[in-house]
Design a protein around this ligand. Structure first.
Ligand code: ADP
Length: 263
């Protein structure tokens, strides 16, 4: 038995295949989001990785911003539910989940049964999201993958006072023109993302264990800044960007088993 979860995000498409024992058979991340060839490329990559075509998949659940656009899915489940499910499966003691993706940041409370009990979300503004970091990395002629190491080499965090992405971009350009070291600018950018995320988290209340997922969880600079601002330890699961797709695959596996039982 095989179940597929596919998370069609704003900037990246993630897919996870599980076997009948809920073990990950394969996972892929394609840096193309909703409205692109991301889904087709993810499916092709899965087939190449594990030789499974769509005919071998018993049930598919789509989630993420672009989930409505994929007609090949058997069902759709909200991102919030999939993220909670993915984390509860891998980290049963998680009670607060911070997910920062390309287009939004969310903080989810997970109860003792592994179910989402509450959430807060920023989806109105690019500040505090992966998009903010993508734009800033572009100005600094770096890639998002390099931001964590740059931050680690900083000596101080330069204040980025504008919360608006466009104004913050101008601020970064002016710091660069004033020869402020890139590392210190990066630390300031991370501090700004951490402050915004912390504001969101405090609205919900932060309860241990705190786990972070989404593409931005791979940026140690943001994670450490958030730990300092919130005064908590944050755990990052393996491959944090596939968490929503994993949750979707777990929902797909439930369905596949139910269908098999009723057959
Ligand atoms: P979405 O589901 O909205 O597409 P993701 O959870 O896939 O969002 O996260 C995408 C964001 O993650 C990007 O905007 C980028 O800033 C960040 N990101 C992706 N890969 C990395 C990486 N290797 N290191 C740091 N940040 C990354």
């Amino acid at each position: 038995m095989h179940a597929l979860g596919i998370d069609i995000g704003s900037t990246a498409t993630k897919a996870v295949v599980l076997d009948g024992d809920a073990q990950i058979v394969s996972s892929v991340i394609i840096r193309l989001g909703a409205g692109t060839s991301g889904v087709a490329k993810a499916l092709a990559a899965l087939e190449e990785n594990c030789g499974l075509s769509s005919d071998d998949i018993d049930f598919t659940v789509a989630t993420g911003y672009g989930r409505q656009t994929y007609e090949g899915a058997d069902a759709q489940v909200s991102e919030l539910s999939c993220h909670a499910r993915g984390v509860a499966y891998r980290m049963p003691t998680a009670r607060t989940l911070i997910d920062i993706g390309g287009q939004d940041a969310k903080v989810i409370r997970i109860d003792e049964n592994g179910m989402m009990s509450n959430f807060v979300m920023n989806e109105k503004c690019a500040a505090g999201t992966g998009r903010f970091l993508d734009v800033m990395a572009g100005v600094l002629e770096a890639t998002v993958d390099q931001l964590g190491d740059l931050d680690a080499a900083s000596t101080e965090a330069v204040e980025i006072s504008s919360t608006c992405t466009v104004f913050a971009e101008s601020e970064v350009i002016s710091r660069l023109a004033n020869k402020v070291p890139i590392e210190n600018i990066v630390a300031g950018i991370h501090e700004s993302v951490a402050q915004r995320t912390a504001g969101l988290a405090k609205r919900l209340g932060v309860k241990d264990d705190v786990v972070m997922t989404g593409g931005v969880a791979q940026n140690a600079g943001v994670v450490h800044a958030l730990e300092r601002v919130l005064h908590v330890n944050i755990t990052i699961p393996d491959n944090p960007q596939i968490n929503g797709a994993l949750g979707a695959a777990l929902y797909a596996l439930d369905k596949a088993k139910r269908v098999q039982k009723n057959a």
